[in-house]
Design a protein around this ligand. Sequence first.
Ligand SMILES: [Zn+2]
Length: 435
Amino acid sequence: MNRIHDGLLTIKGIFLYERFLKKSKYFSDEEIKILQDKWLSKLLKHCYKNIPSYSSSFRECGLDVNSVDPLRELQKLPILTKRDIQSNHGSFCVAGAAKKSVRFSTSGTTGEPMTAYTSFNQWVFEQGIVWRQWKDAGYNFRDKIAIFRSYAPRDGQPLIKKDRLRNWSYFSVYDMSESDVDLYAKYLQKWKPKFLRGYPSALNLIAEHALRNGWQLPSLKAAFSASEVVPVNLRKNLREAFNIDLFDHYGQAEITCMFHECEQHEGMHLNWEYGLVELLPTDEKNVYRIIATNLHNFSMPLLRYDTGDLAVGFWEKCKCNRSAMKIESIRGRRDDYLVMSDGSFTSAVNLYTYFAYFSGIKKFQLIQECIGELIIMVEFYGVITDENWEELTGQIINDLKSKTNLLIKCPRETHFTQSGQGKFSAFIQRVKNVS
Ligand SMILES: [Zn+2]
């Protein structure tokens, strides 16, 4: 897809917002049900007729595409996994899918990439719904946004790139040393952005730098984040540094469902116009698997797709009056789990809080390469002597050993790992076949 086409779909998304999405956020439960049934019914008929893999599974499961209750019919299907699709990719696509789709590649920490084709209409919904969250946070076209993602400068290119049409500035998240952030801070204070947008880890570095050095950005209205679990101290840091709130976004490259935070900041709303979501219980209390069906993807529909991500909290209504249900939070991928010495699992997120409140830590990353062991990369503020290092890491090792019973290693030579897109994960799971 070229830039002009991309821009055109974005404009269509904005029209869809003006015409429909602006109002549909306040639709009644009955209105939602009627529309979702209509879309799902159309999608199931299309799948039966045009997608080989679904034609056969519908027959096997006795799924009736003409039923008046398409949701009940959908639930006759087994859960679809990434592996199912990878093993027979072509049979999940409509003929000629590549030509009439936006193409995405899922990366994931599992190292098993998958190509997902998304039809233009689903992408228009995506654009319109993201636009809606921005509007809800007070965004107007050409408001200045400072973006900490999506930009990887090549040799000789500047660390900051400007998009003059939209009035956005992109900052390299590959270059976030103290002196780089000094440079960004000066630019931001002069440029006066209205919004921050980016990976939570990058936004946190900016807010912490501002707090440490006492600079402010009174022009800011809000921050948008996506793609990583929000660290526990980010919201507090953004409030203290810039007096703004964070609007988190959850989605995936498979384009099956999207959740957004509203101005109440009390959980994540499902965007019901975009995808259907079932929450299936796990062994852990109050934690659910997110199983999703995209409603407008006619190129490569994913029916009851296991996103691999987990939700905390079951559906509830929000006091903001939106009809869409919300959940407490999204915990991230199932492979964000530590494998304990006895082979059981525990969420690595549990350890993040420990680091957030351990004063003096600038940055940390947990890496598990084999069962029963955990490597901790840690960087402290200021100059650390060997003696200090022993003392500080000794405490971390003892504390975490008693919490997890894992063998903890803190190498003196720290090396932080970023993904291909510059995304930073606080936890990297390298034990094979975890999920
Ligand atoms: Zn709400």
